[in-house]
Ligand binder design. Structure first.
Ligand SMILES: Nc1ncnc2c1ncn2[C@@H]1O[C@H](COP(=O)(O)OP(=O)(O)OP(=O)(O)O)[C@@H](O)[C@H]1O
Length: 239
């Protein structure tokens, strides 16, 4: 039996009077790819941040790799890759400098993979030496993804990773992701509003609505017998 990489129990988070997460439970097995869906403002980013311990929950717990997120060693933390919704790259560096900086931080850094992605994802020429602040939104997002994949993480958490990518960029990214999952049994949680992408990669989906995961399961099983498209299901579940 495979182990659970992510175990989230009864997570609550409010901002002032606004209760955003109201008892989220979410279990993710090793090697699963889960698409996290929900309306704008449903709390997807908040949930992903709480799962990773980047934002403190009010109550409840997040356990990653069998360890509470707030008591994780650096070694365990190095198994995680994260692409935030808004990339927080060091804007004054160049892409090359940024990747060299992170390379020094991670014991398991796959330089061959980085070199390949840089070539294929548009950083082969002078863009690699341009200041990050001057890159386009899509270029920054690609760089953020390269950074997150570079250390071969066992858990990848992606918050709308493809929102600024063009169709070719989205396809390249999804191929890379699928390759990673197949080769390395990577566990992936990613939020997106692009349902067609989700249908291409996510085998499982989880719907966040009213501060809770209201539906989670294998995409084909959820759609089977309902005679619905994923878009129909989204509308129905998030009403
Ligand atoms: N730091 C904060 N302070 C106050 N309110 C916040 C803060 N961060 C998020 N919120 C609120 O919490 C709610 C959930 O926000 P969140 O960004 O998690 O939603 P989301 O599901 O990721 O949305 P989207 O699909 O639009 O990206 C929103 O109503 C937002 O205004």
């Amino acid at each position: 039996m495979k182990s659970f990489i992510v175990e989230v129990g009864n997570l609550h988070k409010s901002f002032g009077k606004q209760q955003v997460l109201q008892g989220v439970n979410l279990m993710v097995e090793q090697g699963k790819v889960i698409g996290l869906l929900g309306r704008n403002g449903a709390g997807k980013s908040t949930l992903l941040e709480c799962i990773l311990g980047l934002r403190e929950a009010d109550t409840g717990n997040s356990v990653l790799f069998g360890r509470p997120v707030n008591a994780m060693s650096e070694q365990v933390r190095a198994n995680i890759g994260y692409v935030p919704q808004k990339s927080e790259l060091f804007e004054w560096l160049t892409p090359k400098q940024l990747l060299d900086y992170f390379k020094a931080l991670y014991p398991r850094w796959n330089q061959a993979k980085v070199d390949g992605l840089m070539q294929r994802w548009g950083f082969g020429g002078e863009v690699a030496d341009k200041q990050i602040s001057k890159l386009s939104g899509g270029e920054k997002q690609r760089l953020s993804i390269i950074r997150a994949l570079a250390h071969d993480p066992k858990l990848l958490v992606l918050d709308e990773p493809v929102a600024s990518l063009d169709p070719v960029g989205r396809r390249d990214f999804l191929q890379e992701l699928i390759g990673d999952v197949i080769e390395r049994d990577t566990t992936v949680i990613f939020s997106t509003h692009i349902l067609s992408d989700l249908e291409r990669v996510a085998l499982d989906v989880a719907f966040l609505q009213g501060g809770k995961i209201v539906l989670q399961g294998a995409l084909d099983e959820l759609l089977e017998g309902r005679n619905l498209s994923l878009e129909d299901l989204f509308v129905e579940v998030t009403k």
